[in-house]
Ligand binder design. Sequence first.
Ligand code: 6LW
Length: 549
Amino acid sequence: MKNILSIILVMASIISVAQNQDNTFSIDKNTVPKTFTNPVLTGFHPDPSICRVGNDYYLVNSTFVWYPGLPIYHSKDLVNWKLIGHAVDRPNMVDFSGLPDKLGLFAPTIRYNEGTFYIINTCVGCKMNFYITAKDPAGPWSDPIWLDAPGIDPSIFWDEDGTCIYTGMKSVEKEEWPTQTVAFNQVLNLEQKKLVGERTELTYGHANNASYTEGPHIYKINGKYLLMVSEGGTGLYHALTVHHSDSINGPYISNYINPVLTHRHFGEDFPVHAIGHGDLVQTQNGEWWCIMLGKRRINKTTTLGRETFLAKVEFEDNTPVFNPGKGKVLMKQTRPDLPWTPVPKESKRDNFEGNKLGMKWYTIRTPKEDFYTVNDGKVTLNLRKEVMDSLVNSSILIQRIKHHKFEASTKMSFSTKKDNEQAGLTIYRTNQNHFKLLKDKNSLILLKSHLGEQTEIARIPYTHKDVYFHVKGNDLVVQFWYGRSENKLQPIGEKQNLIVIADGQGNTQFNGPGVGMYATSNGKESKNSVIFDWFDYKPLTYKMESENE
Ligand code: 6LW
């Protein structure tokens, strides 16, 4: 009896691991799985775009005011993705200063043509549409070439005669229905580095009141031009629709099959939501796949932001059919017929080796000065007058929260005699929505800011220089801990509701949550700094999490 029980327990834990895991932290690297788990990029990975060069796949996501911006991922099998660089990684490329968290770098498109990689993108609130190029997708990328183009969501396509076509979306002169937008084409003269000639409007979308027709991409498949757009807006009504034409500038005829993919008809309670904003890719073995964004929800609440999902596409004549027979994004499905190429497992602990931070670390808004150093296995973060509650670059360093069940912790050394100086751990979504677990002159304080209203949740006297901070997230609740040693931790404050960093909380619209390190001298100059010895992040195994197939 006891053996059967222990076998069941082991089985249960293996399954629960699978539910919270993603393909990165896969159980056993040696077995080549037949299936993959969606999302293929968990956490803050919206508006994905993809291109193939030979047997290599490159993917980019939007990042708004996170810096560095536009992460470039590489894969051999469309499932395992390795972060190889950022396309916007020099402070003089774009300036996010003063921008709210939902502005900045919107949806990008990545393409490859005759030996050169191109990313075309929109910096909303900061000079709008631009493109950058690189020979190596890991960088360096060129400085932006700014374009006189309206709207957002630019894409590029090379026609058979070598003409480079810019496809974008823009608002219409006179709306015939609310949130009407239109996809358009214009020639991009790469020699002159500007848009030239007529601008041709292509489609308002499939629905006769299509809202926010956006994220357009043009492909030439089986001799026909296929225009795929998103419509419905990046929420419950999000959908992908396709439109065909025999010539690049149309007329584009909306396909009767539309929408080719949406989850909107599954209603509010369906756990995978807002599916849309996709980009197609044909593998070297002829299969077609689509990457797109979507949101996982628990009790109608999305805490991880928009993630990147993958779905199979098969063409019937010229019509793309997504996951034939299922017609929706599947949380587990047979993986692409490509060589299984797992990426090195992310280690739980970042010991800050070397003299620069790993690519998974970001600050918020463009840094105008160096505010941290990495050496001897430590991060030294300078205290600066800037605070995370303002639309400035403060001394904050965060990484994506990629799992509904996660834990993060750090060892910190900090002391001050000044009341205005603080340092610690943060869970950050926006300047108005975040948690801070900070140490000041003589105490530890747990603070939350929700819709811009800051609340002190708990304060504990603490005068030791070193402190261990720990946080455990379990779906919609989070508990903060502290201690003088890593294995003797005590909770600080009650369990907190993660609604604070969820979608739809004031300005928590487009980006996603991060966890990391923060320090401030609250408006006063400071020469002080805080030392972080290491930082842990890992998915956690809790009770099973259900998601229907
Ligand atoms: C993106 C637009 C969208 O540019 O939201 O969901 C905007 N779709 O296509 C920001 O992500």
